[in-house]
Design a protein around this ligand. Structure first.
Ligand code: SAH
Length: 367
Protein backbone atom coordinates (compact mmCIF):
# COMPACT_ATOMS: atom_id res chain seq x y z
CA UNK A 1 0.00 0.00 0.00
CA UNK A 2 1.42 3.39 -0.88
CA UNK A 3 1.09 6.23 1.67
CA UNK A 4 -1.53 7.80 -0.59
CA UNK A 5 -3.82 4.81 -0.04
CA UNK A 6 -3.64 4.90 3.73
CA UNK A 7 -6.83 5.80 5.49
CA UNK A 8 -7.00 7.51 8.86
CA UNK A 9 -6.78 4.45 11.10
CA UNK A 10 -4.38 2.41 8.97
CA UNK A 11 -0.97 3.74 10.03
CA UNK A 12 0.60 2.44 13.19
CA UNK A 13 2.07 4.96 15.58
CA UNK A 14 5.52 5.06 13.98
CA UNK A 15 4.11 5.49 10.49
CA UNK A 16 1.81 8.23 11.67
CA UNK A 17 4.74 9.93 13.43
CA UNK A 18 6.67 9.89 10.15
CA UNK A 19 3.78 11.76 8.52
CA UNK A 20 4.21 14.53 11.09
CA UNK A 21 7.65 15.53 9.87
CA UNK A 22 8.63 19.02 10.91
CA UNK A 23 6.29 18.98 13.91
CA UNK A 24 7.50 18.83 17.51
CA UNK A 25 7.90 15.28 18.80
CA UNK A 26 5.05 15.56 21.32
CA UNK A 27 2.49 16.02 18.54
CA UNK A 28 2.31 12.30 17.82
CA UNK A 29 1.38 11.64 21.45
CA UNK A 30 -1.40 14.22 21.30
CA UNK A 31 -2.69 12.90 18.02
CA UNK A 32 -2.53 9.23 18.91
CA UNK A 33 -4.14 9.78 22.28
CA UNK A 34 -6.91 11.91 20.76
CA UNK A 35 -7.75 9.48 17.97
CA UNK A 36 -7.57 6.28 19.99
CA UNK A 37 -7.62 6.58 23.77
CA UNK A 38 -10.08 9.48 23.72
CA UNK A 39 -11.72 8.22 20.53
CA UNK A 40 -12.32 11.69 19.09
CA UNK A 41 -12.81 12.70 15.49
CA UNK A 42 -9.66 14.35 14.12
CA UNK A 43 -11.41 17.72 13.98
CA UNK A 44 -12.00 17.50 17.74
CA UNK A 45 -8.42 16.71 18.69
CA UNK A 46 -7.94 20.19 20.00
CA UNK A 47 -4.43 21.10 20.96
CA UNK A 48 -3.25 20.27 17.45
CA UNK A 49 -2.79 23.33 15.24
CA UNK A 50 -5.69 23.76 12.83
CA UNK A 51 -3.42 23.69 9.78
CA UNK A 52 -1.98 20.35 10.84
CA UNK A 53 -5.45 18.90 11.37
CA UNK A 54 -6.43 20.04 7.92
CA UNK A 55 -3.36 18.57 6.31
CA UNK A 56 -3.87 15.24 8.09
CA UNK A 57 -7.54 15.19 7.18
CA UNK A 58 -6.58 15.58 3.52
CA UNK A 59 -3.69 13.08 3.59
CA UNK A 60 -5.50 10.49 5.68
CA UNK A 61 -9.17 10.42 4.73
CA UNK A 62 -11.58 8.33 6.76
CA UNK A 63 -12.24 4.92 5.19
CA UNK A 64 -15.97 4.60 5.76
CA UNK A 65 -18.79 6.56 4.18
CA UNK A 66 -22.18 5.79 5.71
CA UNK A 67 -24.71 4.99 3.03
CA UNK A 68 -27.39 3.78 5.42
CA UNK A 69 -27.99 3.79 9.15
CA UNK A 70 -30.82 1.80 10.65
CA UNK A 71 -31.98 1.55 14.24
CA UNK A 72 -34.15 -0.98 16.02
CA UNK A 73 -34.74 -2.64 19.42
CA UNK A 74 -35.92 0.74 20.77
CA UNK A 75 -32.70 2.37 19.70
CA UNK A 76 -30.49 -0.25 21.36
CA UNK A 77 -29.27 -1.67 18.03
CA UNK A 78 -27.83 0.32 15.14
CA UNK A 79 -26.59 -1.05 11.83
CA UNK A 80 -24.48 0.89 9.37
CA UNK A 81 -23.88 0.16 5.76
CA UNK A 82 -20.55 1.69 4.79
CA UNK A 83 -19.09 2.29 1.37
CA UNK A 84 -15.32 1.95 1.08
CA UNK A 85 -13.10 4.02 -1.23
CA UNK A 86 -13.26 1.43 -4.04
CA UNK A 87 -17.01 0.96 -3.83
CA UNK A 88 -16.91 -2.23 -1.73
CA UNK A 89 -19.50 -2.28 1.03
CA UNK A 90 -19.56 -3.64 4.57
CA UNK A 91 -21.79 -3.47 7.61
CA UNK A 92 -21.23 -2.84 11.33
CA UNK A 93 -23.65 -3.36 14.19
CA UNK A 94 -23.67 -1.52 17.54
CA UNK A 95 -25.61 -3.14 20.38
CA UNK A 96 -26.30 -1.62 23.78
CA UNK A 97 -27.10 -3.96 26.68
CA UNK A 98 -27.71 -2.97 30.27
CA UNK A 99 -24.20 -4.00 31.28
CA UNK A 100 -22.16 -3.56 28.10
CA UNK A 101 -21.94 -1.98 24.68
CA UNK A 102 -20.80 -4.28 21.90
CA UNK A 103 -19.70 -3.56 18.36
CA UNK A 104 -19.83 -6.33 15.76
CA UNK A 105 -17.25 -5.65 13.04
CA UNK A 106 -16.71 -6.97 9.52
CA UNK A 107 -13.28 -8.15 8.43
CA UNK A 108 -13.95 -8.74 4.73
CA UNK A 109 -16.29 -7.37 2.10
CA UNK A 110 -18.19 -10.56 1.41
CA UNK A 111 -16.88 -13.96 2.42
CA UNK A 112 -15.34 -16.92 0.61
CA UNK A 113 -16.45 -19.60 3.09
CA UNK A 114 -19.74 -20.24 1.28
CA UNK A 115 -21.85 -21.42 4.21
CA UNK A 116 -25.21 -21.75 2.49
CA UNK A 117 -27.35 -20.48 5.37
CA UNK A 118 -25.36 -17.24 5.81
CA UNK A 119 -26.29 -14.20 3.75
CA UNK A 120 -22.67 -13.03 3.55
CA UNK A 121 -21.59 -16.44 2.25
CA UNK A 122 -24.38 -16.38 -0.30
CA UNK A 123 -23.04 -13.13 -1.76
CA UNK A 124 -19.45 -14.36 -2.23
CA UNK A 125 -16.07 -12.78 -1.58
CA UNK A 126 -15.09 -9.29 -2.61
CA UNK A 127 -11.92 -8.34 -0.73
CA UNK A 128 -10.10 -8.22 2.60
CA UNK A 129 -10.47 -5.16 4.79
CA UNK A 130 -7.40 -3.31 6.05
CA UNK A 131 -6.55 -2.73 9.71
CA UNK A 132 -7.81 0.83 9.40
CA UNK A 133 -11.10 -0.23 7.85
CA UNK A 134 -11.72 -2.63 10.73
CA UNK A 135 -10.61 -0.27 13.50
CA UNK A 136 -12.60 2.62 12.05
CA UNK A 137 -15.81 0.60 12.42
CA UNK A 138 -15.25 0.57 16.18
CA UNK A 139 -14.27 4.23 16.27
CA UNK A 140 -17.33 5.32 14.30
CA UNK A 141 -19.60 3.21 16.48
CA UNK A 142 -18.01 4.84 19.53
CA UNK A 143 -18.76 8.28 18.13
CA UNK A 144 -22.40 7.25 17.81
CA UNK A 145 -22.46 5.63 21.25
CA UNK A 146 -21.54 8.93 22.90
CA UNK A 147 -21.27 8.56 26.65
CA UNK A 148 -21.69 4.83 26.50
CA UNK A 149 -18.20 3.49 26.11
CA UNK A 150 -17.82 0.59 23.67
CA UNK A 151 -16.82 -2.20 26.05
CA UNK A 152 -16.74 -5.24 23.77
CA UNK A 153 -15.86 -5.94 20.17
CA UNK A 154 -16.88 -9.14 18.42
CA UNK A 155 -15.40 -10.08 15.04
CA UNK A 156 -18.69 -11.58 13.92
CA UNK A 157 -19.73 -9.33 11.07
CA UNK A 158 -19.13 -9.95 7.39
CA UNK A 159 -16.21 -12.14 6.44
CA UNK A 160 -13.95 -14.75 8.01
CA UNK A 161 -11.51 -13.00 10.36
CA UNK A 162 -8.91 -15.76 10.29
CA UNK A 163 -8.87 -15.74 6.47
CA UNK A 164 -7.70 -12.12 6.81
CA UNK A 165 -5.35 -12.88 9.66
CA UNK A 166 -2.88 -10.01 9.36
CA UNK A 167 -5.50 -7.27 9.38
CA UNK A 168 -7.53 -9.00 12.08
CA UNK A 169 -4.45 -9.29 14.25
CA UNK A 170 -3.43 -5.69 13.58
CA UNK A 171 -6.93 -4.50 14.49
CA UNK A 172 -6.97 -6.56 17.69
CA UNK A 173 -3.68 -5.03 18.77
CA UNK A 174 -4.93 -1.53 18.05
CA UNK A 175 -8.23 -2.10 19.89
CA UNK A 176 -6.41 -3.58 22.84
CA UNK A 177 -3.25 -1.51 23.10
CA UNK A 178 -4.49 1.87 21.89
CA UNK A 179 -8.24 2.07 22.37
CA UNK A 180 -7.85 0.13 25.61
CA UNK A 181 -10.35 -2.72 25.27
CA UNK A 182 -9.29 -5.71 27.38
CA UNK A 183 -8.49 -9.04 25.74
CA UNK A 184 -11.42 -10.58 27.61
CA UNK A 185 -13.72 -8.18 25.83
CA UNK A 186 -12.49 -9.02 22.34
CA UNK A 187 -13.87 -12.08 20.57
CA UNK A 188 -12.92 -13.55 17.23
CA UNK A 189 -15.44 -15.84 15.59
CA UNK A 190 -14.27 -18.39 13.06
CA UNK A 191 -15.76 -20.96 10.80
CA UNK A 192 -12.85 -23.19 11.86
CA UNK A 193 -9.69 -22.25 9.96
CA UNK A 194 -7.29 -24.48 11.84
CA UNK A 195 -4.02 -22.73 10.85
CA UNK A 196 -5.51 -19.38 11.91
CA UNK A 197 -6.62 -20.77 15.27
CA UNK A 198 -3.10 -22.04 15.85
CA UNK A 199 -1.57 -18.70 14.88
CA UNK A 200 -3.92 -16.90 17.21
CA UNK A 201 -2.98 -19.32 19.98
CA UNK A 202 0.68 -18.40 19.38
CA UNK A 203 -0.02 -14.69 19.61
CA UNK A 204 0.34 -13.01 22.97
CA UNK A 205 -3.18 -11.64 23.29
CA UNK A 206 -5.64 -14.11 24.79
CA UNK A 207 -8.80 -12.97 23.04
CA UNK A 208 -12.01 -14.97 23.18
CA UNK A 209 -12.54 -17.53 20.44
CA UNK A 210 -15.95 -18.49 19.13
CA UNK A 211 -16.21 -21.40 16.73
CA UNK A 212 -19.14 -21.63 14.36
CA UNK A 213 -19.67 -25.36 14.61
CA UNK A 214 -23.30 -25.96 13.56
CA UNK A 215 -22.72 -29.67 13.09
CA UNK A 216 -20.89 -32.24 15.19
CA UNK A 217 -20.42 -34.92 12.54
CA UNK A 218 -18.32 -34.51 9.41
CA UNK A 219 -21.00 -35.55 6.93
CA UNK A 220 -23.39 -32.81 8.00
CA UNK A 221 -20.68 -30.24 8.64
CA UNK A 222 -19.21 -30.82 5.16
CA UNK A 223 -22.59 -29.78 3.86
CA UNK A 224 -23.32 -26.82 6.14
CA UNK A 225 -19.83 -25.40 6.52
CA UNK A 226 -17.89 -26.40 3.40
CA UNK A 227 -14.45 -25.54 4.85
CA UNK A 228 -14.96 -28.63 7.01
CA UNK A 229 -13.84 -30.69 4.03
CA UNK A 230 -10.42 -29.11 4.40
CA UNK A 231 -10.30 -28.99 8.21
CA UNK A 232 -12.49 -31.78 9.50
CA UNK A 233 -13.88 -31.92 13.00
CA UNK A 234 -11.10 -33.94 14.62
CA UNK A 235 -8.49 -31.38 13.53
CA UNK A 236 -10.69 -28.47 14.47
CA UNK A 237 -11.39 -29.83 17.92
CA UNK A 238 -7.68 -30.42 18.48
CA UNK A 239 -6.83 -26.85 17.46
CA UNK A 240 -9.57 -25.52 19.77
CA UNK A 241 -8.20 -27.59 22.61
CA UNK A 242 -4.76 -26.14 22.01
CA UNK A 243 -6.21 -22.62 21.95
CA UNK A 244 -7.95 -23.19 25.24
CA UNK A 245 -4.90 -24.64 26.93
CA UNK A 246 -2.52 -21.97 25.67
CA UNK A 247 -4.71 -18.94 26.33
CA UNK A 248 -6.70 -20.19 29.32
CA UNK A 249 -9.76 -18.63 27.74
CA UNK A 250 -13.09 -20.38 27.61
CA UNK A 251 -14.18 -21.24 24.10
CA UNK A 252 -17.63 -20.71 22.79
CA UNK A 253 -19.34 -22.82 20.20
CA UNK A 254 -21.93 -21.19 17.94
CA UNK A 255 -24.77 -23.36 16.72
CA UNK A 256 -27.46 -21.97 14.43
CA UNK A 257 -30.47 -24.23 14.91
CA UNK A 258 -31.93 -25.18 11.54
CA UNK A 259 -35.28 -26.89 11.42
CA UNK A 260 -34.92 -30.58 10.75
CA UNK A 261 -31.23 -30.27 9.91
CA UNK A 262 -29.16 -30.00 13.08
CA UNK A 263 -31.74 -29.77 15.85
CA UNK A 264 -32.30 -33.45 16.64
CA UNK A 265 -31.41 -35.03 19.95
CA UNK A 266 -28.65 -37.00 18.30
CA UNK A 267 -27.15 -33.68 17.16
CA UNK A 268 -27.37 -32.37 20.71
CA UNK A 269 -25.72 -35.51 22.06
CA UNK A 270 -22.82 -35.30 19.60
CA UNK A 271 -22.42 -31.61 20.32
CA UNK A 272 -22.47 -32.30 24.05
CA UNK A 273 -19.54 -34.68 23.72
CA UNK A 274 -17.45 -32.09 21.89
CA UNK A 275 -18.47 -29.21 24.15
CA UNK A 276 -17.73 -31.15 27.32
CA UNK A 277 -14.34 -32.24 25.99
CA UNK A 278 -13.45 -28.62 25.35
CA UNK A 279 -15.25 -27.23 28.42
CA UNK A 280 -16.87 -24.89 25.91
CA UNK A 281 -19.90 -22.71 26.32
CA UNK A 282 -22.56 -23.28 23.66
CA UNK A 283 -24.49 -20.39 22.13
CA UNK A 284 -27.63 -21.49 20.33
CA UNK A 285 -28.82 -19.11 17.62
CA UNK A 286 -32.24 -19.86 16.14
CA UNK A 287 -31.47 -19.62 12.40
CA UNK A 288 -32.17 -16.13 11.12
CA UNK A 289 -33.86 -15.95 7.76
CA UNK A 290 -31.68 -15.15 4.73
CA UNK A 291 -32.80 -14.75 1.14
CA UNK A 292 -30.76 -17.58 -0.36
CA UNK A 293 -31.54 -20.42 2.05
CA UNK A 294 -34.91 -22.04 1.83
CA UNK A 295 -34.96 -23.57 5.29
CA UNK A 296 -36.23 -21.97 8.46
CA UNK A 297 -35.01 -21.81 12.02
CA UNK A 298 -36.03 -24.38 14.57
CA UNK A 299 -39.26 -23.72 16.41
CA UNK A 300 -39.17 -22.19 19.84
CA UNK A 301 -40.08 -25.51 21.43
CA UNK A 302 -37.35 -27.27 19.57
CA UNK A 303 -34.77 -24.67 20.55
CA UNK A 304 -35.72 -25.08 24.20
CA UNK A 305 -35.71 -28.87 23.99
CA UNK A 306 -32.26 -28.78 22.39
CA UNK A 307 -31.02 -26.43 25.07
CA UNK A 308 -32.43 -28.64 27.83
CA UNK A 309 -30.84 -31.73 26.32
CA UNK A 310 -27.42 -30.05 26.33
CA UNK A 311 -27.87 -28.70 29.83
CA UNK A 312 -28.87 -32.14 31.09
CA UNK A 313 -25.63 -33.46 29.61
CA UNK A 314 -23.69 -30.95 31.70
CA UNK A 315 -23.04 -28.37 28.99
CA UNK A 316 -23.10 -24.63 29.73
CA UNK A 317 -25.57 -23.35 27.15
CA UNK A 318 -27.48 -20.16 26.37
CA UNK A 319 -29.87 -19.10 23.66
CA UNK A 320 -28.53 -16.01 21.96
CA UNK A 321 -30.55 -12.85 22.26
CA UNK A 322 -31.31 -12.11 18.64
CA UNK A 323 -30.76 -8.44 17.89
CA UNK A 324 -31.72 -6.50 14.82
CA UNK A 325 -33.58 -9.18 12.89
CA UNK A 326 -36.05 -6.71 11.43
CA UNK A 327 -33.24 -4.65 9.88
CA UNK A 328 -31.24 -7.69 8.72
CA UNK A 329 -28.61 -6.97 11.32
CA UNK A 330 -28.77 -10.32 13.10
CA UNK A 331 -26.24 -13.17 12.86
CA UNK A 332 -25.80 -14.33 9.30
CA UNK A 333 -27.96 -11.58 7.80
CA UNK A 334 -25.25 -9.09 6.83
CA UNK A 335 -24.82 -8.82 3.10
CA UNK A 336 -24.24 -5.13 2.43
CA UNK A 337 -27.08 -4.60 0.03
CA UNK A 338 -26.14 -7.39 -2.35
CA UNK A 339 -28.90 -8.87 -4.39
CA UNK A 340 -29.25 -12.54 -3.61
CA UNK A 341 -31.56 -14.96 -5.36
CA UNK A 342 -34.60 -15.21 -3.20
CA UNK A 343 -36.09 -18.56 -2.44
CA UNK A 344 -39.23 -18.56 -0.34
CA UNK A 345 -38.94 -20.28 3.02
CA UNK A 346 -40.17 -23.83 2.90
CA UNK A 347 -40.16 -26.42 5.62
CA UNK A 348 -38.09 -28.90 3.68
CA UNK A 349 -34.74 -29.58 5.17
CA UNK A 350 -31.92 -30.51 2.80
CA UNK A 351 -30.88 -33.65 4.58
CA UNK A 352 -33.49 -35.12 6.80
CA UNK A 353 -36.64 -33.99 5.09
CA UNK A 354 -39.46 -31.92 6.45
CA UNK A 355 -40.50 -32.08 10.00
CA UNK A 356 -43.59 -30.37 11.17
CA UNK A 357 -43.18 -28.01 14.04
CA UNK A 358 -44.80 -24.91 15.35
CA UNK A 359 -44.33 -21.52 13.79
CA UNK A 360 -40.98 -19.86 13.51
CA UNK A 361 -41.14 -17.77 16.65
CA UNK A 362 -38.22 -15.55 17.52
CA UNK A 363 -36.72 -16.73 20.75
CA UNK A 364 -35.67 -14.18 23.32
CA UNK A 365 -32.85 -14.39 25.81
CA UNK A 366 -33.02 -16.83 28.63
CA UNK A 367 -34.75 -15.52 31.71
N1 SAH B 1 -16.99 -16.13 9.50
C1 SAH B 1 -16.99 -16.07 10.95
C2 SAH B 1 -17.51 -14.75 11.46
C3 SAH B 1 -18.97 -14.49 11.19
S1 SAH B 1 -19.81 -14.65 12.69
C4 SAH B 1 -17.80 -17.23 11.48
O1 SAH B 1 -18.47 -17.90 10.71
O2 SAH B 1 -17.74 -17.49 12.67
C5 SAH B 1 -21.46 -14.82 12.20
C6 SAH B 1 -22.12 -15.92 12.98
O3 SAH B 1 -23.47 -16.05 12.54
C7 SAH B 1 -21.46 -17.26 12.74
O4 SAH B 1 -21.51 -18.02 13.91
C8 SAH B 1 -22.38 -17.84 11.69
O5 SAH B 1 -22.27 -19.22 11.59
C9 SAH B 1 -23.71 -17.39 12.18
N2 SAH B 1 -24.74 -17.42 11.15
C10 SAH B 1 -24.57 -17.37 9.82
N3 SAH B 1 -25.76 -17.39 9.19
C11 SAH B 1 -26.70 -17.44 10.16
C12 SAH B 1 -28.12 -17.45 10.14
N4 SAH B 1 -28.79 -17.41 9.00
N5 SAH B 1 -28.77 -17.49 11.32
C13 SAH B 1 -28.08 -17.51 12.49
N6 SAH B 1 -26.74 -17.48 12.58
C14 SAH B 1 -26.05 -17.45 11.42
Amino acid sequence: MTPGDLTRYDPDRDTLASLLDGEPAYRIGQLWDGLYRQGRPLEDVTGLPGALRERLAADLPTALTATAEQRTDDGATTKWLWRLHDGAAVETVLMHYPDRTTVCVSTQAGCAMACGFCATGQAGFERHLTVGEIVEQVVRAQWAAGDRRVSNVVFMGMGEPLANFEATWGALQRLHGDIGIGARHLTVSTVGLVPGIRRLADADLPVGLAVSLHAADDALRDELVPINRRYPLAELVEACDEYRRRTRRRLSIEWALIDGVNDRYEDADRLARIARGLAAHVNLIPLNPTPGYPVVGSSRNRVHAFRDRLAAAGVAVTIRDTRGRDIDAACGQLRAGHAVTVAGPVRNAPRTGARTGDADVPVGPDP
